[in-house]
Design a protein. Sequence first.
Length: 314
Amino acid sequence: MNEAPIKKRHPLLLIGKIVISLGLMGWLLSMVEWSAFFHSISNANPWLISLGVVFFITNLLLLILRWNVALTYFGIEESKGSLYRLNMIGTFFNNFLPSTVGGDGYKYLALSKKHPTKKKEILSSLVFDRASGFLTLFLINILLLPFYASLVVSNHAFLLLEGITLGIFLGILLVYFLRNHLAVWLDKVSIKFVRKVIETFQLVFGLNRPEIAKPVLLYSTLFVLVGALWQWSYILALGFDVNFLYLLFAFSIIQIAGIIPISLNSIGISESLSVLLLGFAGVPLEVALASALAVRIMLMLLSLSGGITYLLKR
């Protein structure tokens, strides 16, 4: 299968992301007490570590089911096996080739070849799939906030992070409620790309049927829960414990921050926030960092199978 050429991103943007990632990781590593770090790793429970395979496969299946709901709504029929291969390859691209192409970019190109008359619908399904996951993180964060409001208010860094999180959510709500006015204004712009973006979001905002929203919200919620369980199991494997609901609350902030493209595949951002937020719950820096790195390394190793699938398709 010969893929269409994929345009590279601006080199300065890539360099900036690399600098941020390396700077944050360097700052974290400079604070590590290495004897405690290696002690935690050497005494890790291998059975709990191996659960990462189960969590990875479970989340991949949830992604397939969630995306299939949107695709079916737009009249695009794909087998679960095909979606599995596309998501595996997409996961590989997200973890190993974030500077040139994302997993969503690959999935769009691959499906566009099979359904050339439904390119706008394919793009809309991908945007809706991402947006639903993003929205679920905000909902979980808001639902759990009352339980940890006192902790948030008592720590300036925590308060700032939660304020930014809620600010982004309110901004999204504002855009949603003003979408018709924005569409009228932007429709006057003659730039073809802008017009396509408007049409895509109009389609996405039109997905208000309960039979679509309910399963997507369910799959997204389960996806977040499995992701939080993954990191929780690794903290337990390293001989420490933390309240799961608090971890889920912190996990929502970490994942929302990770979606913002200011570093290379959120490297440094996720690890720094894990250390900071788990530290408020008494988790040692070395344990928080080791658990975050273990999840990332396991994810990268498991996603290598997507690279093999891509090479076989080529």
